[in-house]
Design a binder for this molecule. Structure first.
Ligand code: SAM
Length: 167
């Protein structure tokens, strides 16, 4: 895993296509106590420090109902990560792992996800615990924790399908 954009022994970088981020809209900003990658938790913890998720306009009204969920899934853009490594060495020991077998911030599309504990909502700001990102990290999306969410819309046939089916 790359901590400060360096390349380690046996790690492999490729020349990726020019990144095109225009398809995503940053809907807010995450405020955390960490201003350096080396100080961030590797994964957030439910009893970690209180962090703030600020929602930009015009999205604040989309927060209606989130307070019903004890836990939320947060998706964010790990904006300071390099994106070109296909093999990484998290332990810096020459042993390498494929990017898609890791939760490293270094990936072609640097999306991070965390399940956070919702402490409270104040206007357009959520107070949560369980994040692991740098202060100022852009927010991509918020959803209720899957395990707490029951679909509101009517069921669909696929809901009951089981077994194998060739795609
Ligand atoms: N929990 C998320 C996941 O599993 O998808 C992210 C895990 S990633 C291992 C967390 C690490 O990413 C942090 O320890 C820090 O080194 C790095 N990081 C955090 N915020 C970042 C940012 N905005 N840009 C680049 N790297 C970041």
């Amino acid at each position: 895993m790359v901590r400060e954009n360096e390349i380690r022994e046996n790690e492999v970088a490729v020349t990726p296509p020019e990144p095109v981020d225009a398809g995503l809209v940053f809907i807010g900003r995450i405020h955390t106590p960490w201003d350096q990658r080396l100080l961030c938790p590797r994964q957030g913890r439910a009893d970690g420090p209180l962090c703030r998720i600020e929602i930009f306009e015009p999205w604040a009204q989309a927060l209606r109902g989130v307070e019903a969920f004890e836990r939320l899934e947060v998706l964010y853009w790990l904006d300071r990560a390099r994106r070109d490594l296909v093999l990484q060495s998290p332990a810096s020991n020459g042993k390498v792992h494929g990017t898609f077998s890791l939760r490293s911030p270094v990936r072609p599309n640097p999306i991070g996800t965390s399940i956070v504990q919702l402490d409270r909502v104040e206007g357009n700001v959520l107070f949560v615990r369980g994040l692991d990102c740098l202060d100022g990290t852009p927010l991509l999306d918020l959803k209720p924790d899957r395990s707490l969410f029951k679909p509101i819309a009517a069921p669909q046939p696929g809901d009951d399908e089981t077994g194998e089916k060739a795609a």
